[in-house]
Design a protein around this ligand. Structure first.
Ligand code: CAA
Ligand code: NDP
Length: 291
């Protein structure tokens, strides 16, 4: 099926990046959130990121303008009902995601493909709560979306071949590369990346190194573009903790036990860049380590 109109639920850092890349590739995008502030912040972020691409001569001014004109926003979830493809990119909590799909269902066109950008939650379980498990799959972008090449495509147990092929064609048109992952907790990227981040937090918790020494070690000693604690702040510590909990519960192995220090940061509301404080304090420039 040819996809033209795309609905995106959740206008946080992933939702705005997803809207950006779809609009730039010629899709009409409708972006939804429960908060008007989140929608206006998302549009500002998209404008800024498109402008940066113009400055760096990656895109033309016309392409920027056309992309912005293809994006509309709404607080009303039913407005997404006539989309060919919906990507849910709301907070990483299963109850939130299932409630969104339940609210969407009565308004959906029969042909609409439903997907989730979840980092870890079972696609099969999310799909089973909808009226179209065969037209449901995981469509997992990486952060920052305009830059990262990979999209993980995750089939639930019931996903049909036509749905998979339609999503694969979309990934191609976005100029990104798809990796197919089986539906097990946290799929491929986060199954490997998140235990490393969690181990970095344990390394901090046990006093083996400070925030700076841990991040410098992985940057300079293993050529990672960001240290693991800076990356955790970038992803969002709430999202990191949610993913570790899915791994721990879903695989029932103590090696996935979330570090108590990660839990403490989340309990404090120190969620990383998005709340201006995490392993670094971003209220100062340059950011200052909090330990
Ligand atoms: C949690 C999940 O479910 C899955 C995940 O996403 S896991 C997270 C995966 N992501 C990563 O691992 C990111 C690791 N970090 C990096 O790759 C790099 O540090 C980075 C790309 C974020 C920044 O790179 P950098 O070299 O330090 O900075 P900088 O030179 O300013 O930026 C590089 C490019 O990224 C762009 N960029 C940086 N931050 C950006 C942002 N937040 N949004 C959009 N674009 C951004 C810049 O514009 C620049 O673009 P061009 O190359 O086209 O000019
Ligand atoms: N951060 C990352 O690096 C990556 C995250 N993901 C996944 O993408 C999804 C979104 O993550 P991210 O963008 O980082 O999170 P953010 O916290 O930045 O954004 C989530 C957005 O969803 C909104 N939201 C919450 N409930 C609803 C709802 N019922 N309807 C519509 N919008 C809602 C939130 O609003 P409010 O703030 O008002 O609650 C917020 O604006 C998660 O599933 C995450 O696991 C995937 C790849 C990478």
């Amino acid at each position: 099926m040819e996809i033209g109109k795309v609905g995106i639920v959740g206008a946080g850092q992933m939702g705005n990046g997803i809207a950006h890349v779809f609009a730039l590739s010629g899709y009409n995008v409708i972006l939804n959130d429960i908060s008007e502030d989140a929608l206006s912040a998302a549009v500002r972020q998209i404008e800024g990121n498109l402008e940066r691409q113009v400055t760096r001569e990656k895109i033309t001014t016309d392409a920027r303008q056309e992309a912005l004109e293809r994006i509309s926003t709404t607080l009303k979830l039913p407005d997404l009902g006539q989309s060919d493809l919906i990507i849910e990119a709301a907070t990483e909590r299963e109850t939130i995601k299932t409630a969104i799909f339940e609210d969407l269902m009565p308004h959906l066109a029969p042909h609409t493909i439903l997907t989730s950008n979840t980092s870890s939650i079972s696609i099969t379980r999310l799909a089973s709560r909808t009226d179209r498990p065969e037209k449901f799959m995981g469509f997992h972008f990486m952060n920052p979306v305009p830059i990262m090449e990979l999209v993980e495509l995750i089939r639930g147990i019931a996903t049909d071949e036509e749905t998979f092929k339609s999503c694969l064609a979309v990934v191609d048109r976005l100029g990104k590369t798809a990796a197919s992952a089986e539906d097990f907790p946290a799929f491929i990227v986060n199954r490997i990346l998140m235990p490393m981040i969690n181990e970095a937090v344990y390394t901090l918790y046990e006093g083996v190194g400070s925030v700076s020494s841990i991040d410098s070690s992985l940057k300079l000693g293993a050529n990672h573009p960001m240290g693991p604690l800076a990356l955790a702040d970038f992803i969002g510590l709430d999202t990191c903790l949610a993913i570790m909990n899915v791994l721990h519960d879903g695989l029932a192995d103590t090696k996935y036990r979330p570090c108590p220090l990660l839990t403490k940061y989340v309990e404090a509301g120190w969620l990383g860049r998005k709340s201006k404080r995490g392993f670094y304090d971003y209220r100062q420039d340059p950011p200052v380590p909090t330990r």
